[in-house]
Design a protein around this ligand. Sequence first.
Ligand code: UD1
Length: 417
Amino acid sequence: MQKLEVFGANKLKGQIEISGSKNASLPILAASLLSYKKVYLNNLPRVKDIETMTSLLKSLGSKIKFKNNKLIIDNTKQNKRFASYSLVKTMRAGILVLGPLLAKFGNAKVSLPGGCAIGTRPVDIHLDALSKLGVKYKIIQGYVYATAPKGLIGSKIRFSKISVGATENLIIAASLAKGTTILSNCAIEPEIKDLVNFLIKSGCNIKWIAKRSLKINGVKEISDISYSIMFDRIEAGTYLIAAAVTEGNLKIKNVIPKIIKTEINILKKIGAKINIKKNEIHIIGNKKIKSINIKTAAYPGFPTDLQAQIMVLLCKANKHSNIKEDIFENRFMHVAELNRMGAKISINGNKAKVNGNVNFAGAELMATDLRASVSLILAALNAKGKSVINRIYHLDRGYENIEKKLKKVGAKIRRVN
Ligand code: UD1
């Protein structure tokens, strides 16, 4: 099994190009199933989750190839409606094929996503909302058997809780439903706006009618489309924190800074110097880091996907900070490993008290999920001595060329077998 070796305590300097967003690519790939024609996608990150989603599309009958960095999906013969456990178990976003398959064929059999380390992560909100579009479903031996006897029929749906995935599944399904759907209490993450832009460009009739509400008039089919995926805001946030934690000097390129305003403002409050240009953020880390209290929230709040990374930075603050995790119930698995490196973090339910003034020391470490893995790299970059990070397959799900990008800006990091 591959590992990463990191020799810490040197400052990062240079520039990093941010890749396309994994979390925008996944629903857009699922939405491509609506098409009977061709879909061309640019700026997809080459990471494991994208490979898993394209394997899932292939298993459903899509023909897929990469040409000049562009993914071409040919759905002229796409006709299968069965998403197997083997493909959905490693990636929860597999459930996003349910909406488009139902919209296109009126029936589908899709595996429930496997249990996930960061929480139970049910799909009840997806299923409840789909049933309001006329879907009948049963869950048998881990599979959702769903049919829409009269086809999908537009409806008024208010999500009981803000869910990124459920909002995406419903937007995609309602795009081909008969009549009008109004979705309210939607998630408004930038990746959802990217999905909506993709669908509008392919001929769907979707309008934002209020901050968290969408009006979707179903169309009969979508047209050939070429689309470029937005930047990965979590990757950008991770490298901004990497600069801050190593007292480095980095230019983060290919971004739209206003999309990550919340993160930029927090980093400024903590003490980093930040200069913003049109598609670039220049950050200079400060030796003095101020403590701060943070709680994760749906966009435009602070993202849960950056909670582990900011925690590493707050270990270096002048006083203690508090972090409240309000999205997932079990997303502090990085804490035990960070404490083994010298952090002093205590957990009480969904709250973490992060003591400051920590000097990290390199250690042998175990990655537990995608963002936890990267937080260990950040701590290792700051630590004295060598760290070895095991189980980095988690990392490969979502960070494109991470060691290459870090090496280019001066990190001592290498992958070993
Ligand atoms: C997406 C992101 C993930 C991010 C999360 C929150 C992708 C591929 N993944 O995950 O990186 O951390 O948003 O920003 O884009 N819930 C239910 N029932 C449901 C659905 C969700 O109870 O049917 C709960 C979840 O357990 C969680 C909360 O709602 O506690 C938010 O989950 P959701 O927004 O749906 O996250 P994902 O779409 O899974």
